[in-house]
Design a binder for this molecule. Sequence first.
Ligand code: ADP
Ligand code: MG
Length: 298
Amino acid sequence: ATPTAVMVGTGVGASQGVLIKGGQALESAHKVNCIIFDKTGTLTVGKPVVVDTQLLKNMELREFYVLIAAIEVNSEHPLAKAIVTYAKKFVEDKENPAWPAAQDFISITGNGVKAIVQNKEIIVGNKSLMLDQNIAIPAGAEDILAQAESMAQTGILVSIDREVAGVLAISDPLKPGAQEVISILKSMKIKSIVVTGDNWGTANAIAKEVGIETVIAEAKPEDKAKKVREFQTAGYTMAMVGDGINDSPALVAADVGMAIGAGTDIAIETADIVLMKSNLEDVITAIDLSRKTFSRIR
Ligand code: ADP
Ligand code: MG
């Protein structure tokens, strides 16, 4: 392609809300034959909502939610935002809820959070966090988790003073049109993969819903990048589509990193292409544009 064609290509992209950072990014996109999609905030809407709470201890729902909101208010994670939003149901001043103070707050990336609230040790997170913290998971809690995961929901465990006190089910539905995008990519001979820090049960359920066969779950940020490199070694030209801080190593590793416009600043900075409208269809727009610019016989 001539420099003029590249300029025209990036210009057309920009006018459609597909920000292509330079000629190399536009060129690489037409060779992509495998795409790894992050789950939360990329394939899904990214605005999770608490849909169910099961208490395993004799306590009030209000007391339970005030304790966990006090911790989660310190976390940037979308799941934390969902929990805090839900907890506001139980307080009078929803604009300025006065959550109790959390001491010794720590965030365990990709697993959950922990702090002391009202002299109680509260841990909120996934199964592997509980196991790491040597907290026993009762069979009842396992059942509730499995049930939530089979419905593509994320189950979150809450431990109070080292005992599992409840399980939350959080739902984050697929973006509208996600299935169609995956099926069009298939017709373009492009393989789709889903990667997530979330558990295998939820990841498999979401993948099935959207029509993706290859799933990578319980992935740390570095695992996501490692997977990109593994597929490159196997001969694929890789795109990665993501929105989170945890996606940025993979966005860098990919031949073409694509960030969701509504994503975090770090993802947007590290990506080669930014999908300003946060639409999954624009993954196809970008590849089409590249194919039109570079595959034409002159
Ligand atoms: P994803 O790759 O889907 O964006 P993350 O790697 O950010 O997921 O998180 C993985 C898992 O860690 C979540 O599904 C959840 O179980 C747990 N987790 C992370 N942060 C929190 C939090 N603030 N509160 C509760 N659970 C959390
Ligand atoms: Mg994400």
